[in-house]
Design a binder for this molecule. Sequence first.
Ligand code: 0A1
Ligand code: ZN
Length: 850
Amino acid sequence: MAKDTPQTFYLKDYTPFGFDVESVHLTFRLAPETTRVLSRIRFAPKPDAADKTFFLYGEELQLISAKIDGQAVTPELVDGGLKCAVPSAPFTWEAEVEINPAGNTALEGLYMSNRMYCTQCEAEGFRKITYYPDRPDVMSTFTVRIEGDEPVMLSNGNPVGAGEGWAEWHDPWPKPAYLFALVAGDLVNHPGSFTTKSGKEVELNIWVRPGDENKCAFGMEALKKSMKWDEDVYGLEYDLELFNIVAVDDFNMGAMENKGLNIFNSSCVLASPETSTDANFERIEAIIAHEYFHNWTGNRITCRDWFQLCLKEGLTVFRDAQFTADMRSEPVKRIDDVITLRARQFPEDNGPLAHPPRPEAFQEINNFYTATVYEKGAEVIGMLKRLVGDESYYKALKLYFERHDGQACTIEDWLKVFEDATGRDLSQFKLWYSQAGTPRVKVTEDYAGGTYTLTFEQSTPPTPGQPDKAPRVIPMAVGLLSPNGDEVRATEVLELTEAKQSFTFEGLASKPVPSILREFSAPVILERETSNAERAFLLAHDTDPFNRWEAGNALAKETRVAMVLDGAAPDAAYLDALEKLVRDDEQDPAFRALVLSPPSQSDIAQTLYERGYTPDPQKIYDAAETFTQTLAQQLETSLPRLYAATTVEGSYSPDAESAGKRALNGRILSLLTRLDGGEQAARQYAAADNMTQQYAALAALMKAEKGEVQSRAFFEQWQDDRLVMDKWFALQIACAAPEKTAATAKALTQHALFDMKNPNRFRAVFGALAGNHAGFHHASGEGYQLLADNLIALDKLNPQTTARMCAAFQTWKRYDAGRQSLIRAQLSRIAGTEGLSRDTNEMVTRILDA
Ligand code: 0A1
Ligand code: ZN
């Protein structure tokens, strides 16, 4: 194969490694540019192995020496690793390598962030630390010695010794190398403790840089709640004496579940009322729970290979969503999740990057940490739970933990426990794991002589490599309402298994109003001809809160679509319905805030595209502006009262109830700001003692182009806080008018605090650029060019973050020929860049191949 033809890996090619790894001993001699890593690994050849090659992965390592059973050997260095002749009986492999953590800007392997050493090994980062069978099905116990002059030196498991200039750690639980972690630096801890249900004391710590100690308390409480919840709901207890969390500023993702030593992007753990919004608090609670839950779903039971990634991620996302629903509000969490799914997963599933939750091929696994693997992976588990029922679900999970503890598993293992626990045949259900694309379900209805019939037709459009798809099992939760608003049939789960299928309901006195896909019981697109009057009826009367929101959301979309296509005025009935809801104090404020939040402009673009129109981003923007302005005017007389009634007084608390009230208050403030010239927002900004209210006021003012003074003040106040500065960078771009968006982003890349090497800062700027729909897709093409310039520059430093951000271009086929050719030109320019990383190359090629 030519050197620059990227290699593709296939699920069907799986073969086990030919050796067991009995133990791993590592010694790190830390030095920023010249860290030495000594490994001593006990290997035992498997007698019945099909492949007996001794191949160890290794990348960017300088091999100093290698020995087998104490005798020097000269391994053959090959692309991506080494090979060596080895004995046919168990043997000890020793190697010494040198690595350069300070020069590691890819943030994979051992690297430095703010003078602190830290690691990121998932998925294939361990091979940048030493030569190793770096694959998740090779599990072993690790003993680690760290030598250096850092005040705090941590690794996985329990501490076994420490002295001047060294520390030793031992992790008794066999683990794959991707769960290895090391942290060393000048850190302080926020301590805590937890007593497990069987009475074991666990020491807890959140480690941060000096100065951040006051931002740990909330994370610590979230950790304790997670530990308790996993015991109560899943019966799962923690299994070490110590659980450490470390906050690092430079991190490619949110956080990482390394055994006993979770490493977090500081944005996902540090919280204080002054610097974090309600949304930040909620996200931190969820991510801490997510990483903690991985201890069982991911660590104790891991993945056989990276194609099975959704085995641990889908399940762990599902579990953290259950946790958040229990801690906060179940319907609000469900609505939030569906909004995210539609914003992130649907575009993926309906564009050039579509792949099944369990992909069958990849070039770079880092490109598959996607919304499909995570969020759709969780949806698939939600469907399974709905189909088998709660009791059977927990019975199957119990069996999963009993049967597979300590193993590296597959989706087949996972489904088999459900089959064994319930006696169900899940072969058709399994299609959810192997087929890409969002199913469309068309619904028609019929009513005659007291019998009501619903007919469902399902189909899934072609996706890359999958032209035809078989019908799937779709759990369709349905309820029926009578025309006076009473529920005549409670929720029932209809199981669709065929391309076309009908269900009848007998004995109805009049034609009912159906409430279909309650709780969003399946990740599908529902197609049904209905009227705005019926939607308004459901918004007012549906007993399923999700579908009540969904009806409002559909009305909002229809109104916007009509405004864009026909220049229609905002639908009066919808405005009335909104007004009624906003004023209805009986309704949960968080729910009201959600109904008041408009569908995203990207969502409108996608809707238009699916209906056969070419979306015009500027028209979509104008419609959004007109709609919001009209709504503000309609509510004019009630806004001051509503603002006062929803203002949360007293000292700040991030609990769900206060947060919901503040969310509604923020929506009202943004409407009010359109009418009062920013007076109220300026007052709120000046008086705010917490970030939620300060940020809401600033956002409202900036959107109205009235926030210059406050934006400067915000900068002065927070310039030394990296996480708050990320908000400042992002907000200016998010609030910019379409014709100013690219220029605003460009100017910010010249700012002294812009730092290409910090993924949070890069994402703050370019995530906001890509998220400003009309600005990014401005006809000038400046947004496309700016993003491409910066992706090309970042790729040399950090391929993983570059590749992820290429997804901003994935929706390019929606737009007109002019925009398509502008985007194509930028994608081709990226693709043609000399020395482009494998990560970015795979992404742009897939997007271009559409
Ligand atoms: N397993 C982590 C996410 C994660 C994945 C990859 C990373 O580096 C490439 C880092 C973190 C989680 O699901 O939280
Ligand atoms: Zn995860």
